[in-house]
Design a protein around this ligand. Structure first.
Ligand code: GLN
Length: 269
């Protein structure tokens, strides 16, 4: 079987579980053969038995509902590559909007210190450190995420101090705090798509109205953000107004993601 034929067959098999079956088929075949995913169509070389069995294994896992990212064990975000595991949320394109907003504030205002809370894979902290050089700390309540974020800092040659902590810790104050906290409400948690169910509830569930973590962040933020600083948070669909309302009297800014959804709320301190 040539790669071209294999991609057709894999695509057909993945259709029941994926909206992007062909892209996933190419990624799997690229992974199994080591061939470049964009040029794989051009190869006329027959696939060998090792490649076929590796790809078969990936298809089985994918058909059982596992996200492709967990099967590969890595995913890209902000042009960098991150290790991923079921201990942490998979880096998403939506979250690049959070990074872009934070980056522009860091550059415009010359911020020198950053704390990323709910860091998960560490993708936000590591990207911002790499792309701006800002002094970076990160925290997560999950020990497995702390290990993963440290691994990702090392993998990307970033300087990020990662601590196990429930949001803020100690008495330090920062120019900018970033957060992609869990924000899915109870109702939506009960109807998650199959593959999102494979991601940790700890990284998704935001309580009855989805806003539990924002309330806790709002209660403590002023103690940990320097005057003139900023808090930049990702929010769920339809949550931006309610999150802004948790910071009365402060200057706020909302940024839409590529789908036109209000995705990032930033608050001035
Ligand atoms: N964006 C994720 C989703 O909709 C949720 C991430 C989060 O809760 N921070 O699946």
């Amino acid at each position: 079987m040539t790669p071209r034929e294999a991609i057709k067959q894999i695509t057909t098999r993945l259709l029941p579980v994926s909206n992007e079956a062909e892209t996933e088929a190419r990624i799997m075949l690229g992974e199994a053969t080591g061939l470049d995913r964009a040029r794989i169509f051009l190869s006329e070389k027959e696939l060998d038995a090792d490649a076929l069995s590796a790809v078969e294994e990936m298809i089985k896992r994918r058909l059982s509902g596992e996200p492709l990212q967990y099967i590969l064990g890595r995913w890209s975000f902000m042009g960098l590559e991150f290790n991923v595991s079921p201990a942490a949320l998979i880096p998403r394109q939506d979250t690049e909007t959070l990074c872009e907003e934070a980056l522009s504030l860091i550059k415009e205002r010359g911020y020198k210190t950053l704390l990323d809370i709910c860091t998960g894979t560490g993708c936000v902290a590591v990207s911002l450190n790499k792309l701006s050089g800002i002094r970076t700390e990160a925290s997560d309540i999950s020990p497995a995420c702390v290990r993963l974020a440290r691994e990702n800092a090392l993998k990307n040659d970033a300087e990020v101090t990662v601590r196990e902590a429930d949001l803020f810790f100690g008495a330090s104050r920062y120019d900018i705090v970033t957060a992609n906290p869990p924000y899915i409400n109870d109702e939506d948690m009960a109807h998650l798509p199959e593959e999102v169910k494979r991601e940790p509830a700890l990284a998704l569930a935001g309580g009855r109205d989805g806003l539990d973590l924002y309330r806790r962040i709002a209660a403590d933020a002023a103690e940990h953000i320097l005057p003139g600083g900023a808090l930049v948070m990702e929010v769920g669909m339809g949550e931006a107004d309610a999150v802004r309302a948790l910071f009365p009297g402060r200057e706020t800014r909302t940024v839409k993601d590529l789908n036109g959804i209000e995705r990032v709320v930033s608050i001035g301190f």
